[in-house]
Design a protein around this ligand. Structure first.
Ligand SMILES: Cc1cc2nc3c(=O)[nH]c(=O)nc-3n(C[C@H](O)[C@H](O)[C@H](O)COP(=O)(O)O)c2cc1C
Length: 197
């Protein structure tokens, strides 16, 4: 199916990938082409980072891949819809600088930037993505052999949109809900901090 347009309704015109990206629940289990998978990681790779440290790391698994079932088993019950996603990604970031071992206080900031680049690439590939904090991050590091100086980021379901046929009423209600954001003047202040309403 074509890219599902649950487009953002912005007050000012913004670039197309931002308009088009959204977080659906209904994933089609069909596999995602390897080149598309690599392309989304290529986008993440080009995110900016403090001292160009590039602290982000990603593990991914399609259905049938090593540890795919392990990743599925880490999902919180409320995120079990993500088991249908063609690709499950789990992200980590290096908490210390490679050069000197000093703490990198921006490791999660930079991982967030890379994740945002990754999901922003998806619409042009005809894919959808949904980031999740609802998974067992502690066990993820353990079972996937992640070194202790890498902190967990998120799990990201990536794949083809299934459309709304066959999804249960609860999921449909969530998918139909309007996409909302805080007002610009509640998050952006000119010159000094202002309490929001
Ligand atoms: C770090 C992070 C964690 C999230 N965790 C979950 C989650 O566990 N389950 C879920 O259904 N959605 C999760 N979301 C999705 C958000 O609810 C969603 O991005 C937000 O409602 C805005 O909707 P949109 O992405 O369609 O614009 C998460 C998003 C982010 C960025």
């Amino acid at each position: 199916m074509d890219y599902p347009h649950k487009k953002a309704t912005t007050n000012l015109p913004v670039i197309e990938p931002i308009l088009e990206r959204w977080s659906p629940l209904a994933f089609d289990p069909k596999p995602v082409e390897e080149e598309k998978i690599l392309t989304m990681f290529e986008a993440a790779r080009w995110a900016p980072s403090s001292y160009n440290e590039q602290p982000w790391r990603f593990i991914y698994a399609q259905k049938g891949d090593k540890n795919r079932e392990v990743l599925e088993s880490l999902l919180a019950e409320g995120n079990s819809w993500a088991k249908n996603a063609g690709v499950l990604v789990i992200s980590f970031a290096h908490k210390t600088f490679e050069l000197n071992g000093h703490p990198n206080h921006h490791y999660l900031h930079d991982l967030g930037a890379a994740s945002a680049y990754l999901v922003a690439q998806l619409p042009s590939l005809g894919l959808v993505g949904h980031q999740m904090s609802g998974y067992d991050a502690e066990s993820a590091n353990e079972v996937l052999g992640v070194p202790p100086d890498y902190g967990p980021g998120s799990m990201i379901a990536v794949g083809y949109y299934a459309g709304q046929d066959g999804i249960d009423a609860g999921m449909k209600e969530r998918e139909d809900a309007p996409r909302v954001r805080k007002d610009l003047h509640d998050i952006v202040f000119n010159g000094e901090w202002k309490a929001s309403r």
